[in-house]
Design a protein around this ligand. Sequence first.
Ligand code: GRF
Length: 211
Amino acid sequence: KKLAVFVSGGGSNFKKIHQGCISGDGSVNGHVVLLVTNNKDCGGAEYARSNGIPVLLFPKPQPQSSHGLSPTQLVDVLREYGVDFVLLAGYLKLIPVELVKAFPKRILNIHPALLPAFGGKGLYGMRVHKAALASGARYSGPTIHFVDEEYDTGRILAQSAVRVVANDTPEELAKRVLDEEHKLYVEVVTAICEERIKWREDGVPLIQSKD
Ligand code: GRF
């Protein structure tokens, strides 16, 4: 399957997915064909350039800018590249409705808490972990969900629990959650590339095991 990954920052999830795709053992049966970013100098974009992956700037830095793509141009480019799945990995901008409509059930996001708690507009980065700690929740962990037109509200596909420990700091919790994100995203991308997602009649997506 052909994958487009969207990144705004360091891109550690993107790197793990890409490494899974290029590893000799063929752990992920996919190819990262495009990296999309709103931040052309971020770590994820630099990694893409040094690995020969085309980098697209989206959205345009300012509406009148000659740099960057409009939503319809982005959809056209994704189609030209034959993209099967769009993977958001620390992409901080809202995905435009044109893209959501063009790739139904084909856009995934990773969020660093157990949705539907601690998500939504304004809850990103360290704020998510601060909110989880402040709530007194004993577990946090990554959620991978399909993307709709709002922040963090699409159907949940996969989660993994990470224990909150006494005297946790947001930074320590973030690191433990990020380690789980890397494992979970690679597992999920492996499953989507093998067409192991089944949609239950009530609209809930499930990952089928290999056997
Ligand atoms: C991750 O915590 C992800 O859950 C969130 O943004 C962070 C991205 O980290 N959406 P990285 O850029 O993949 O290192």
